[in-house]
Design a protein around this ligand. Structure first.
Ligand code: NAP
Ligand code: MG
Length: 495
């Protein structure tokens, strides 16, 4: 569904909501100030102006939210709710989100800076995610196990309990929806800590969830900082699972903190995806997708195809066309109809990306496009294309999280696979070829959790997502995500 609300009207509605009431913590069904009384500022990265101040959760608020989530988990109103009633509740949330897509998208564009068209697609995807998980509520099945005639053995698949969820700022409304829908369909309760850099859609989403039939305390939201609120959640003895999406470095810290009570951990971490184009591919389609994946959301996407491997015979042609097309990605106001690229999330992130562009130039990669500093307001970095990159260079090994592409020529299938797999990451990958056998052979050889053939970045909630190697533990979406939010109890009955 595409929005029919004009961009200016959506912006005005979002600003009205942002300014209307103090942004607080959701604990046990109540919107409350932080115990410390502290608030932090949230900034519009396009204008660098203050949007609003948000209550800043810390460990005392984590204690309160975890207690509320525990109470809700054990209350008959949630624990005793039939799976069909949970389905209805999640469907109602989906309908409510659907009715608020333009507003949610506009809040995201103001807070995160992503273009409205991108935010609208993200908010729209949230509707499908809730509907997908709504269908699972009544399908979380145990098994019966063959046994001798004197016994019955069966298993129950039960929720884990209180789930701490920590998300990044890059596509917050989508991240919060994935986390809520997955946990709730399995009967858990949640305490979500959004990133303080872009937490407003998580707050709005929680308000919308509150309008539906969920008992108080099932969903709790604590905007705040990682080293304080996030760490307190990861360490908390009353939390049964932590689901973390963010950087690999912080993911490792979350694992260390989770040892406090050996809570279950799933991690969705960084990536440095190889996007492999063979000479027999539909080159124009491959180029279009290659540009969209590294420029989309200004490259602030974990699964972005940031290493473009191109077979030598078509390398020059592809590199030229990629640079030409990426050059048409106009940066500017997220609400303008012709804007393709918004700002990065913060000055810090912009400076980090610019430092990588410097490192690429110093390392001897050929700059095909971009590299100029942005003059004017906003944390913008324009599309930047490096050619003749060596896979061992820093720009090809480290996650930049900006609109920066490394083009790397390759000889043949073996070379593409060898170089493509030469990374600590393994989140996603793609291959472009008209040769069916080669496509499947290469997909099998690439070490990543989500793969595409002749497309890039398309998603379906039924398709598992997660990392090989240092890109994470466990999977979101699909059947495996149900296993990640439940545990098995096996039972023997002696007749
Ligand atoms: P980050 O620094 O790791 O932060 C992610 C979240 O963790 C934020 O909410 C952050 O809070 C919190 N955090 C920071 N330190 C923490 C600690 N010691 N304990 C607990 N929580 C802590 O990542 P980011 O820079 O915001 O986001 C970009 C990264 O996310 C990239 O690496 C990207 O690849 C990854 N990502 C992965 C996926 C995926 O599904 N695989 C999806 C999107 C993004 P504050 O920021 O508020 O301090
Ligand atoms: Mg912001």
């Amino acid at each position: 569904m595409t929005s029919t609300v004009p961009a200016e009207a959506a912006r005005a509605q979002a600003l009205a909501w942002i300014r209307q009431a103090p942004k607080r913590l959701l604990i046990g069904g109540q919107w409350v100030e932080a115990a410390s009384g502290k608030r932090f500022e949230t900034i519009n990265p396009t204008t660098e102006q203050l949007l609003c101040r948000v209550a800043e959760a810390d460990s005392a608020d984590v204690d309160a939210a975890v207690a509320a989530a525990r109470k809700a988990f054990e209350a008959p109103s949630w624990a005793g709710m039939s799976p069909h009633a949970r389905t209805r509740a999640l469907l109602k949330i989906a309908d409510t989100i659907e009715a608020h897509i333009p507003e949610l998208a506009a809040i995201e564009s103001l807070d995160n800076g992503m273009p409205l068209w991108y935010a609208t697609a993200a908010a729209t995807a949230c509707v499908d995610i809730f509907r997908y998980y709504a269908g699972w509520c009544s399908k979380v099945l145990g098994t019966t196990i063959p046994s001798d005639g004197g016994t019955l053995i069966y298993t129950l698949r039960e929720p884990l309990g209180v789930c701490g969820q920590i998300i990044p700022w890059n596509v917050p409304v989508l991240m919060a929806s994935i986390k809520f829908a997955n946990a709730l369909c399995c009967g858990n309760t949640v305490v979500l800590k959004p990133a303080e850099l872009a937490c407003l859609t998580s707050i709005r989403l929680a308000e919308l969830v509150q309008e539906t039939d969920l008992p108080p305390g099932v969903v709790n939201v604590l905007p705040g900082f990682g080293p304080t609120a996030g760490a307190a959640l990861a360490q908390h003895l009353g939390v049964d699972k932590i689901a973390f999406t963010g950087s690999t470095a912080v993911g490792k810290q979350v694992v260390r903190d989770a040892t406090s009570n050996l809570k279950k951990v799933t991690l969705e971490l960084g990536g440095k995806a190889p996007n492999v184009v063979f000479a027999d591919a539909d080159i124009e389609k491959a180029v279009q997708a290659a540009v969209k994946t590294f420029c989309g959301n200004s490259g602030q996407v974990c699964s972005a195809g940031t290493r473009l491997f191109v077979q030598e015979s078509i390398h020059e042609q592809v590199a030229e066309r990629v640079a030409q097309l990426a050059g048409t990605w106009k940066a500017g106001d997220p609400f303008a109809a012709d804007t393709r690229l918004g700002p990065l999330i913060s000055a810090k992130q912009r400076d980090r990306v610019r430092a990588y562009i410097g490192a690429g130039q110093e390392g001897g990669a050929a700059l095909r496009l971009g590299g100029q500093a942005w003059s004017g307001a906003g944390y913008f970095v324009e599309p930047t294309v490096f050619d003749h990159v060596k896979n061992g260079m820093r720009i090809a090994q480290e996650e930049i999280f900006g609109p920066v592409l490394s083009i790397i020529p390759f000889k043949d299938e073996d070379d593409a696979v060898l170089q493509g797999n030469d990374t600590h990451y393994g989140l996603s990958a793609a291959v472009w070829t008209r040769d069916v056998s080669r496509a499947h052979k290469v997909v099998k050889a690439l070490k990543a959790g989500r793969l595409w053939i002749n497309t890039f970045g398309e998603a379906d909630p039924a398709m598992a997502f997660g990392g090989y190697k240092q890109s994470g533990w466990g999977r979101e979406f699909g059947q495996e995500s149900i296993e990640a939010y439940t545990q098995t109890k096996s039972v023997m009955v002696r007749f």
